[in-house]
Write a protein that binds this ligand. Sequence first.
Ligand SMILES: [Zn+2]
Length: 447
Amino acid sequence: MKTRSFRAICVIALTGATAFAPNAWATTKAIRAGKIVAPDGKVLTNVVIVVDDDRITSIGPAAPPKDAEVIDLRNFTLIPGLIDLHTHMTYFWDGKPGTRPLGQPRRPAGVTTVLAAENARRTLETGVTTVRDLGAAAEIDLAMRDLINMGKMIGPRMFVAGQGIGAPRPDAAKPDYQQLAETRVATGSDWVKVYGSRGSFQSVDTTQTLTFEEMKAVVDAAHAKNRPVAIHSYGPSGVKDAVRAGADSIEHGIDLDDETIALMVKRGTVWVPTIDHNRYYVDAKDEFGFEPDTIPPLRDYIEKNLESTRRAFKAGVKIGMGSDAVYTMFGQNTRELGWFVKAGMTPAQALATATTIPATLLGHANELGALAPGYFADIVAVDGNPLEDVNVVIDRVVWVMKGGAVVVDRRASTPPDRRSAPKPSKPRTPSECSRWTIGSRSSWAPL
Ligand SMILES: [Zn+2]
């Protein structure tokens, strides 16, 4: 009881601070790290990371600055905050009996915005501190992005696409694709998302739905406004046309031919294969109510998806980690990394698909995806060696800082022999509350 009431006080205090100034709790923080994975892939031991406001200001062997708030992570390995290149944060389902994720009654956009905050928090718990959200209705993703940046919602920083551009219904007139892209940019999307083929949820239909010319009209219009483009294609012809049209990233895809792979290498196109999302649909088939005959094709798609990833990686294509998380997949955002190791990557190479490669794709290579001075203080502590076993990243995230604020802290629930600092015995001050209350699922405050 005592703990619960204390938590309530803490959350109120934090929310109060948030309401007036996002960085009201900002002080200099000094993180004592057991090990860190440096930008060159080397592991440094016993270093201190100094964080001022939302940025890393120094990393080195020096003692913590006087008056800094010291955070003891000496029993853990620190990696950069991870980047999930493909989410649908606004797809929310509360599991209410008698309902399924698909076909829920339509909710007002404001309601969905508040509900989707849970997806954002679950994403943070996986160590993902940045997402690219590729498709949402009613600009709810823009609202979440802005609320998170204002400090009014807890979640990863979001780069968003708004409503994706796709083919019209068969009976509708052909749209002006240039204008659709310009409207997207004018509305405030950071990215333009294009649906170049069928295929989603239990359907693995690879039929291409946009022509090369239509894709190119979108890409040219978006690039003219300095916005990058992500193109969805389940099938190989759509992937090839998307690469030729100049897409910055390709989402999904199987059976990529050698010519397409070579072109991706030449143009530097990032491929986000999203292998794990079909694993999720197989696992969640009962929740969704998928017919049994949809499952073998999903499994077949996974195999082909993995095989193309193996070939593309070997050929030198830049691969990015994207979960394609929807509904109850939030919290499983990084399981894609396991498939990447199966596809032939070392754990370090897999880690790059969620750090340096996406940071570059997002145009923020100088402030995201690495532990280095000047970068955002997006830091994840894992229990184990992530360069030996990628599952350490997937399953053993114990602590997460995003933009200098501690958003997840499970240190108290790690086994005693691995526990880092003892809990403070003195009463906690509001500035410590972010460390001790935001981390546990049960203490999330409704916003
Ligand atoms: Zn998607």
